[in-house]
Design a binder for this molecule. Sequence first.
Ligand SMILES: [Zn+2]
Length: 346
Amino acid sequence: MNTDINTTPHRRYNILTGEWILVSPHRNKRPWQGKTEKQTTEKRETYDPSCYLCPGNTRNSGKTNPEYKKPFSFENDFPALLPKNPSEAFEQDLLKAEPESGICKVVCFSPDHSLTLPIMKIEDITEVVKLWKKEYANLGAKQNINYVQIFENKGDIMGCSNPHPHGQIWSQKSIPTEVQKKSEHLKKYWLENKRSLLSDYLKQELKLQERILEETEHFVALVPYWAVWPFEAMIIPKNHFQHIGQLNEEEEVDFAKIIKKLTIKYDNLFETSFPYSSGIHQAPTDGLEHPEWHFHMSFYPPLLRSATVKKFMVGYEMFAGPQRDITAEQAAQRLRELPEVHYSFR
Ligand SMILES: [Zn+2]
């Protein structure tokens, strides 16, 4: 598919959100004179007495973490949402608001303060997957929880204040905007074709082999055709699963395996602990059937051309829409060519 369009300015369509992204491959050789981020190379201790996520430590709220050995979750001490919200909807001419309620949790991936997903053992990442599944089921079963958003902010340039390996889960009554957009496009395709949009997309990507990063028995990691972030990636299960609750034990291990493979590539790219926001999009827990949904995990990393140069979503992107220089195919090729072993173990 090496058509001319890939070498000149063009727009690519995101089949999941219905949005377009501007790609400018000809701009790739432009010199960089902008901001560089300070590279963080400090080696961390396995336990930090001042870390509020380490086992046995007391958090600001006064609560003490147990001496946990496996991934551990707790309700956020400073949650963005509260379980009970007694206020009523508000509407006055053009002003409109409605109450929102939910439960926010923190998920510590490991008791070891020094670790990150790419350097954790597959069996330990599998335990994280199991806890995600449990939280999705338990939170999703609650009457007022219609969507469960699992995510991780990694690295201080992603606004993550604590280096202890952890993620978050925000679950809420309404369906968030990004999920609504994807629901709409997945549903339209499902109704028209009675097939999963992402199953068909995956079939095409596997045939083309231009944006595939890693493939395991049950999962594929790839740079989506419509990627916005320079090294954006997506993990898609080969089976048409609506949510992670459907993974069996073998598939849980395989999911852990591909997360490790992808994040090792990320760290190896600039030989740094690669920052990103990642999240799992899956079927809402609103009690309805969602045959259209096909769960997937997306990674949005901000780094552009080195450990210290970050992509900014400013100017045109704020006012018009996302734009990128390096194409999805170039990004995929760079990631594919990297070693499979983490740089710190070489
Ligand atoms: Zn810690």
